[in-house]
Design a protein around this ligand. Structure first.
Ligand SMILES: C[S@@+](CC[C@H](N)C(=O)[O-])C[C@H]1O[C@@H](n2cnc3c(N)ncnc32)[C@H](O)[C@@H]1O
Length: 208
């Protein structure tokens, strides 16, 4: 199967998952991860005017963002129409959800102050192109935060064996991909833990 076939198969799986996604046990992990990611965004920026969530799923992170950033333009993009449909239903009037994957993003250059992506990056079929698109739609100085399973710390040998989607990247590999996209890493942090043990991480980068 070629790349487009694999991509269509992946999107079809997410369309199937969409109706039960919000009741799935993974929400016990993802809901706090969304809050932690947005907490981190708040420490790295001041009141962003706009935020794009790439691979927004059913819009849970954007719903939390709506209560924290009442004046901000909130936009989600997801290639799985059934995910996007649920997100549209749950989000307040004014938020926008488009059916689109990470590349190409259907937005003009420099549109967003913040781009986030939680638990979706490892499903982007072309991560290099996706990161370039995220950089393109960010305003100069804008912030990108990607939360996912990465091969960092104690997870270095483990993550490549357990991750879904693409092989989880190491810290240096992500640094190289982000630099190639014109982004400068500003930090890493754990966004989900089991007890004291970090499980999921996020990397933040700014557009040069
Ligand atoms: C595990 S879900 C995460 C959804 C949401 N971000 C969250 O935190 O709950 C992965 C999401 O990535 C989306 N996705 C799949 N392929 C993608 C692509 N090429 N670009 C962007 N998102 C994609 C899926 O449709 C799905 O909604």
């Amino acid at each position: 199967m070629d790349e487009h076939g694999r991509e269509a198969q992946s999107v079809a799986r997410f369309n199937q998952w969409a109706p039960s996604y919000d009741d799935d046990g993974v929400q016990r992990i993802f809901a706090p991860l969304h809050r932690t990611t947005l907490d981190w965004v708040a420490t790295l920026t001041t009141e962003p005017a706009s935020l794009l969530d790439v691979g927004c799923g059913t819009g849970a992170l954007l719903e939390t963002a709506a209560s924290r950033l009442p004046g901000a333009r909130l936009v989600g993009a997801d290639p799985a129409e059934q995910m996007a449909r649920i997100a549209r239903r749950r989000l307040p009037v004014g938020a926008q959800v488009v059916c689109a994957g990470a590349d190409p993003l259907p937005f003009a250059d420099g549109t967003f102050a913040v781009v986030v992506s939680t638990m979706a990056f490892n499903f982007w079929p072309r991560p290099v192109e996706g990161l370039r698109e995220a950089a393109r739609v960010l305003a100069p100085g804008g912030l990108l935060v990607i939360a996912d399973l990465f091969a960092v710390g104690w997870l270095r040998p483990v993550a490549p064996m357990v991750g879904a989607g693409n092989r989880p990247r190491s810290r240096p590999a992500m640094g190289r991909l982000l630099a190639d996209a014109g982004l400068r890493v500003v930090g890493w942090r754990a966004v989900s833990r089991r007890g004291p043990v970090p499980i999921l991480h996020a990397v933040a980068a700014t557009r040069r």
